[in-house]
Design a protein around this ligand. Sequence first.
Ligand code: FER
Length: 454
Amino acid sequence: MIKSSGKRVVCTLLILGLVFSSSLSVVSQAAKKTKLKTKKITMTVGQKKKIAINGKKKKAVYRFVSSSKAKASVSKSGVVTAKKAGKVTITVKETYKKKTKKLGKTVVTIKKKDDGKKPLTTAAPSATPVATPVVTPVPQTSSQPQNTEGPKQTEDPKQTESPLETEPPVSEMKPIGPYIEDTDSSVPEGFDKVDNEVAGTVEDITYDSTVIKEDAVVKRKAKVVLPKDYSADKKYPVVYMNHGIGGDEKVFFGDKVQNLIWNAIANGDAEEMIAVFPSCCANETNNQGKYDFFSVEHYAAYNNFLNDLKECLMPYINEHYSTLTGRDNTAVCGFSMGGRVSLHIGFTLQDTFRYVGAFCPAPGIFEHNDNGVHEDGLFTSETFTLQDKYMDDTLVMIVKGTNDGTVKNFPKDYTEALTANQVPHLYFELPGGHDTSVYKPGMYNFLRRIFHRK
Ligand code: FER
């Protein structure tokens, strides 16, 4: 994107008269985009609070469905009455021109009435995520409780939910919102140290790939990191970790990434998980020199990894390991070219991945000319977005090194496009270059935000 404010002023003056009315209509249309404003409410038993919706359409009907009417009821106008301590999800739907769509969910945390009595025991601090008053990276992801207060309203006692309404399935996973609002990018001391006490095991696998060569099966390698005390009696979520350009399934092990994973689990920051390290350059030569290093042909092999992962590697992993499957339990992340690969995969296979991490991601998500190579781009700034249903249910993280001379400002282009598309995500600029000083803390911070169950 070429940015020239001088040119823009001249152009604006010349065409202002012509576009004034149409641009106004664009603005007003954009303003009409209906969005659930209240994503989170904390209440005490007996309290009433209203769920706010931005840009309501006059002729639309809005419905609110509580996951537990015993804990919280909700009126036709969206006023929630807290009845019992616990957590409740209110699903908000809009019916407009005979079409019904889900606007999102409001998570209601209900606390017991403070009756002044001291608790009998000194309870451990609640694990309930508390809304932190930090600056949210993307504005629409958080709504502070004070904004959710509506005008004082009493609930219509005659109002009942439609008997045809089925309760929405309650997710087993913790909502993504608090993990995106948590903008702490620090890591504990010794987060990547070698500690044999907490180490699990590493296995080498070879799987058949059918997407490398037409009408042929090609053997490909990957490494699998298992958590300490891995047991076939349990099931584990899976993260796929993609290396940078010129790498293979082994390179991350030189940087002792396996120890970072085991430490994150031992520290209680990350859930127990299986981490798979593929060779994400999915061509016949497996990086062995057929094409120029910086060439569209070489990059195309990285694009092809999407097919290899989906059709060959994931089925192999799910068949040979004790995995939890489905998007709630599947993550993809990577460094540099592997970050680009992860964004490509995560934003293309949205039904498959709920967590997408890109540490110092390389160019190629959008059209670019870098290192003397032109690429058309895997997405445009418009298509690089999430489907409505996954907007608030996907953890996207982008990390940029403050001093990265290799991928330069490309990670910034990605966060800017996501912000423009109102995709909630985390963006960290960490001190360092195109190396472990940035990608390792990025990775730890990604791992500690994924796979958490209620
Ligand atoms: C590029 C510069 C760097 C590029 C890729 C990279 C696709 C990847 C670097 C890495 O993986 O370390 O122009 O184009």
